[in-house]
Design a protein around this ligand. Structure first.
Ligand code: ADP
Length: 832
């Protein structure tokens, strides 16, 4: 085959050059230079100037080596040497050119010997621009390497067993991380509830610090922008972490904190949901990853997703396994009942509880296991679950197991289909027989405690009665004697009896108070009490005694009349009378008593009772509230029992308050009571003092008839003597209950005085009969009893008694009461 002579063929560089003079390389459109044996550029053309971004004249003054990058100098020199030695064939070498702006460009230098000047060796150099081609080649190579790598990972993954998945994941992160030149690569998985992420696998280049431990259970909401981007299945490619925008400040701060400078993160999406992500960090320097790397990483992510899902499935299976083991291991019976009410699942615990095997029980009626008497109860519980009243039902029933009756607790819930129809039940059964027995024992103990408390209270009532009955006679008769004409000496003797009796009465009352508080029998009715009035009433009671010592009493009434405390009015009065009484008793002639009240910041009202009396020795002050301690007062003429302050303290504390004392011998004492302030200030504590009309005569011409039902002759005599001061009153006495009721019916008295303890029946029973009888039900009944307990009085008043007087009889009070009911008699209606 011959070529046509005029056929266009591309001329070789040599042809082009030989066809023109040296000076003629200039128009040739390929970059050319003519150099001498030392590399000095003798000539260069415009195309070379354009490639190097320099003037041709500038080039002509340079050595070719200065156009080469330093790292290629050795190669350049080798190339030049060879080109000079072997004239003829072309010598080519790939090299990096330094452009005027210091950037690089990949070129291929081709050299051909040139005989332009016969006197010197010259080379003509073709500087071929292979930059684009080399880049494309490199990319292709990169892709091919990456493909190979992925193929390897993928084929390896195919053979990986479940146990090996974790190891495979770390190896894959290492391989890819190394390949793309990352400093760290990792995988995160999203928690099943899609609220947290955790770093599950990590690879770090040598010298790079791992972060996995710090990156567990991180709330996804902390990195909202990051998560949103990944959820959209977008890659996060951040060449410069510091440039992250406003929307990602949290992410930026966290990454900077970890020392991450550039990063690449790819989502792992399964079933349309974000299940995790892979990431590649640059820590040592900022990095820009090529686009093809990102594309290929995205391809690799399908492997990571698959591995992650495999792991998740595995852990689900594992938890199912674990669940089964737990169900088998628990001591409670776990059950399922089908829609026909038959057992459809039972765990091992069933066999122990019931004594039946699981096999023989499955398919049998569940209710047969319940004691017949409790079928109704279990049906009720099931109805509540089915009707939706309760989501989970709990019931305690008896079960027949191992031929005995045991108590079981059943917790159950309904199982429903997608339409909400009940298709069965599931739940647990526990043997609670021991607990039930313990509860029964506790119940028994509580009842026993109640019984013993009841016994205590009966004892108190009895004691009170037994002690007061003889005192009644002592005090009553001595009062009567005081009222009669006595000689001076006799009068003094009687007054001794009286004082001793009163002292004994105080003592009994106080001791009984203490016993009552300790036995929990002291019932307090706490209500808002206004202090001004109460202090006024208390001071009225001590004023006569204070007058004897010429004491000045001051109260900060202007302030305290507005103060309200939460207290039992009667008991607080007892406290105040006690403290004020002591302030009088232990004062000195002409001394002072001051009562001040103030409101403290913490909702507490403070009452100070201060005196200028004898004071308490410093070393005895701790014993002030100890029962029967009189701290030396027993050696003085001042009367006392040493119990008043003990009662006072108990009462204050029972009302939720506290009491303290500050005292100096020979200077005086200050007792401080603190009580809670009342929040609701109603006026029902403003109780009027009882009238003190000591001598009110009965207003009427007719003889009034009083029936006294009392078995104790000395009590009857006492009342007879007292009523002798009311000549217009006739007295009838019945010594037994039934006799009293009979007398009342026949005689229609104007007033009945009724003792509580009668030989044939209880006073309360007599009261009931009197109230039931038409002839007697209109007659006022005043109970007279030695039983001073509050409960007793309340009970009888509630039954219909008109009044309740306690023995020992206070003559004045007795007469006032009798006068009151007889006065109302004249109005022809029953007094109240
Ligand atoms: P008493 O019946 O002896 O007064 P208290 O329990 O009321 O019993 O008081 C106990 C003791 O505390 C008294 O005996 C007395 O020594 C001392 N005491 C009580 N109040 C005062 C007071 N205001 N000033 C000095 N001593 C007091």
């Amino acid at each position: 085959m011959s070529t046509t002579p005029d056929a266009p063929t591309s001329p070789t560089i040599e042809q082009q050059c030989s066809a023109s003079a040296l000076s003629n390389i200039t128009p040739i459109p390929i970059p050319l230079a003519v150099i001498d044996a030392n590399g000095n550029i003798i000539d260069a053309n415009l195309a070379l100037g354009a490639l190097c971004d320099r003037d041709v004249d500038e080039l002509r003054a340079m050595n070719l080596q200065t156009l080469i990058w330093g790292q290629d100098f050795d190669r350049y020199r080798d190339w030049l040497g060879e080109a000079l030695e072997n004239s003829g064939p072309r010598h080519s070498q790939r090299m990096c050119l330094r452009l005027a702006d210091n950037s690089q460009r990949l070129v291929q230098l081709h050299a051909t010997s040139w005989q332009g000047d016969p006197l010197m060796t010259q080379l003509i150099v073709h500087v071929e621009d292979i930059h684009e081609r080399a880049h494309a080649e490199a990319t292709l190579q990169y892709q091919s390497d990456m493909n190979k790598l992925l193929m390897n990972l993928s084929s390896h993954y195919e053979t990986v067993t479940l146990e090996e998945v974790d190891r495979w994941l770390v190896e894959a992160l290492c391989t890819i991380g190394t390949f793309i030149g990352a400093d760290r690569s990792y995988m995160f998985s999203v928690s099943p509830d899609e609220t947290e992420i955790s770093n599950t696998h990590e690879w770090c280049a040598p010298g790079i610090e791992p972060q996995q431990e710090n990156l567990q259970d991180i709330p996804m909401e902390a990195f909202a922008w990051w998560m949103e981007t990944l959820r959209r299945n977008e890659t996060i490619n951040i060449p410069r972490v510091v440039d992250l925008g406003e929307e990602a400040t949290d992410e930026r701060d966290e990454l900077i904190e970890q020392g991450v400078r550039s990063l690449l993160v790819l989502p792992l999406i399964a079933g349309g949901r974000l299940v995790g992500f892979t990431g590649f960090d640059a820590v040592r320097e900022e990095r820009t990853w090529p686009e093809e790397a990102i594309l290929l990483l995205r391809a690799s992510n399908s492997l990571f997703t698959s591995a992650l899902v495999r792991r998740l499935m595995d852990s689900l299976q594992e938890s199912e396994e674990r669940y089964r083991t737990v169900v088998e291991d628990v001591r409670s019976v776990i059950f399922r009942i089908d829609e026909n009410g038959n057992w459809s699942f039972l765990n091992k615990a069933w066999e122990e509880l019931s004594g039946y095997t699981i096999e023989e029980s499955l398919g049998k009626r569940a209710v047969d296991f319940i004691h017949p008497d409790d079928h109704e109860r279990i049906t009720g519980a099931i109805t509540e679950i089915v009707s939706g009243v309760n989501d989970v039902g709990r019931t305690e029933v008896r079960a027949v197991v191992h031929d005995e009756v045991r108590w079981v607790e059943i917790l159950g819930r309904s199982l429903r289909d997608s339409d909400g129809n009940v298709v069965g039940y599931s739940g647990s059964i526990d043997d609670i027989t021991e607990r039930k027995l313990a509860e029964q024992a506790a119940d028994e103990a509580r009842k026993e405690a109640e019984r013993s408390s009841q016994a205590k209270s009966e004892f108190l009532s009895r004691m009170s009665h037994e002690l007061r009955t003889p005192l009644n006679a002592i005090l009553g008769f001595s009062q009567l004697m005081e009222m009669s004409d006595l000689g001076a000496e006799e009068a003094e003797n009687v007054s001794h009896i009286s004082r001793a009796g009163e002292h004994l009465l105080d003592l009994i009352n106080e001791v009984l108070d203490i016993v009552r508080i300790e036995a929990g029998q002291m019932s307090l009715s706490l209500e808002p009490v206004e202090l001004g009035a109460l202090i006024g009433e208390s001071l009225d009671l001590i004023r006569p005694a204070s007058g004897e010592l010429n004491l000045r009493i001051q109260t900060s009434l202007g302030i305290h009349h507005e103060l309200w405390v939460q207290a039992d009015r009667r008991r607080l009065k007892q406290v105040l009378v006690n403290l004020c009484g002591n302030a009088v008793k232990y004062n000195c002639e002409g001394g002072d008593i001051t009562i001040t009240c103030s409101r403290l910041a913490n909702g507490v009202i403070r009452i100070d009772v201060t005196d200028t009396g004898i004071g308490i020795p410093q070393d005895r002050i701790d014993d002030v509230f100890v029962p029967f301690e009189r701290l030396g007062a027993e050696r003085t003429p001042i009367e006392g029992t040493g119990v008043g302050l003990t009662v006072t303290k108990s009462l204050v504390e029972a009302m939720g308050g506290s009491i303290s004392v500050a005292s100096r011998q020979r200077e005086g004492s200050c007792f401080t009571v603190e009580l809670p302030a009342a929040t609701n200030q109603t006026s029902h504590s403003l109780v009027e003092l009882p009238p003190s009309n000591r001598t009110a005569p009965v207003n009427g011409k007719n003889l009034a008839l009083v029936l006294y039902i009392e078995d104790n002759p000395s009590n009857a005599t006492l009342v007879r003597r007292i009523l002798a001061y009311r000549p217009q009153i006739g007295l009838l006495v019945a010594t037994e209950g039934m006799e009293g009721v009979e007398l009342a019916r026949m005689q229609r008295p104007d007033l009945i005085l009724l003792d509580l303890h009668l030989p044939d029946m209880d006073g309360a029973e007599v009261l009931r009969l009197l109230l039931a009888e038409p002839d007697t039900k209109g007659v006022p009944v005043v109970m007279i009893s030695a039983d001073a307990t509050e409960g007793q009085a309340k009970r009888l008043m509630a039954m219909g008694a008109n009044d309740y007087l306690t023995k020992p009889i206070d003559v004045t009070q007795f007469l006032t009461t009798v006068d009151h009911y007889l006065k109302n008699r004249s109005k022809g209606k029953r007094a109240s």
